[in-house]
Structure formats: C-alpha cells, structure tokens
Write a protein that binds this ligand. Structure first.
Ligand SMILES: [Zn+2]
Length: 214
C-alpha cells in the first residue's frame, strides 16, 4: 500500500440489468450517452503504474450514480441540470429517467455510499500508516464540453488541479483558474483547473480529520 490513492470515478460503463429498465433511452441512445459521458480509458491509463490495492474505481457507470457529486442535490450545482448524484437528464438534455425519492435512495445505498465508504476507509488507512494520503482523481474530457462544463468554453488538453482549486503550472502553483498555452516537447499543455475538485476532496479532508483527531 502506498500513500497515493488513485480514484477513477467515471471509467465504468456498467449498467446493471436491473437498473436498465428505468432509463428512458433506446439502446443506441444509451450507447451514445455512454460514449459521451464516460471518461474512457482512464482505468487503463491510471491502473498501469499502480498496484490494484492503490486504485479505487466506481463499479457502475455515472449514469447509474455519479460518485463525484455531492449526495444532497441542495449542495450539488450540477443537480440543477438534472446531473446530480442520480441523473435525471442526459447530456443531450433529453429525460434520462424519472425517479421517485425511494428509488433514488435505493440507488444511493446500493452504489454511491458503498463506494464512498471504501474511499473513506482507503484514505484513513493511508493516513494511519503514512500520516498523509494523496488522492489522484483520474478524469478525461469529452471532445466537447458536457452541460456541466459549460463554464469551460475551451476544454484543456491536460488538467492539473489541486484541492485549493489552483492549477499547477511548471512545478509551482498560482491562485485562481489558469488558461495558458505552452509547449513541452511535442505535447501542448493547456493547464486549467477543474474547479469542482475542491469540494469533492474537502469531504475527505474533513472526514479524515474528524476520524483521525476527534
Ligand atoms: Zn470525470
């Protein structure tokens, strides 16, 4: 076990058969939606350099539950677009599913909370052993911004951000969103902070602090 934990939230394309019926998309529409919202190959990319025990992946597609949303819609800005922890709207804007509160709760208990319990445990194990845990949150961008990324008119080729919502540039960090173009070898880097990371990681910062010190 290392102090680094790789978190891969959006690579899964698993739609459990029992949950498929509630999704109001035809099979071709569902496949197109998966193509658009999945962070393809982030599992292969990030698994490669790490032991299995240092990698935590969401087991189901974000179309079932999105583990990188706040659990309560009132706290989650993307819920206004129907893309909170349990999506009701597809990225095209068409209805994804109608869901009763009891069904939402069931999905959360089946897929969301077990994932977060495993994540909290993995973070705590590392803090216990090393005194620190660094979470690498592994995403990729679709070709065009999703509705939840409307603020990013130009998607970056590479995004490096930390929990303080700062982009990391040239080994240092600078406050606030950074849009810069530079060249390193043949790769063009456009560092750009992913502003929603701060809130997500803060959950673990706070919960681990409580677990550890209270
Ligand atoms: Zn993602």
């Amino acid at each position: 076990m290392k102090s680094i934990l790789v978190h891969i939230p959006h690579a899964s394309v698993v739609i459990p058969p029992a949950e498929r019926a509630a999704i109001r998309l035809s099979e071709p529409e569902l496949q197109r939606e998966l193509l658009r919202v999945t962070d393809w190959y982030t599992d292969e990319l990030f698994r490669g350099g790490f032991e299995a025990e240092d990698v935590l992946e969401a087991r189901v597609s974000r179309l079932i539950v999105d583990v990188e949303r706040f659990p309560n819609d009132a706290d989650e800005p993307c819920a206004a677009l129907g893309m909170g922890a349990v999506y009701t709207t597809a990225s095209t804007g068409q209805p994804l599913r109608e869901i009763a509160e009891c069904d939402r709760r069931r999905l959360m208990e089946a897929y969301y909370w077990p994932h977060h319990q495993a994540l909290a445990r993995a973070v705590q194990d590392r803090v216990d052993r090393y005194g620190v845990c660094t979470i690498i949150d592994a995403h990729s961008f679709s070709t065009n911004p999703l509705p939840t990324q409307a603020a990013m008119a130009t998607l970056p080729e590479i995004c490096l951000g930390d929990r303080n919502a700062r982009a990391l540039v040239d080994g240092g960090d600078r406050p606030g969103p950074v849009h810069e173009r530079g060249h390193r070898g043949k790769a063009e880097l456009v560092p750009h902070v992913m502003y929603s990371f701060g809130g997500f990681l803060d959950i673990y910062f706070e919960s681990v602090k409580q677990l550890t010190f209270s």
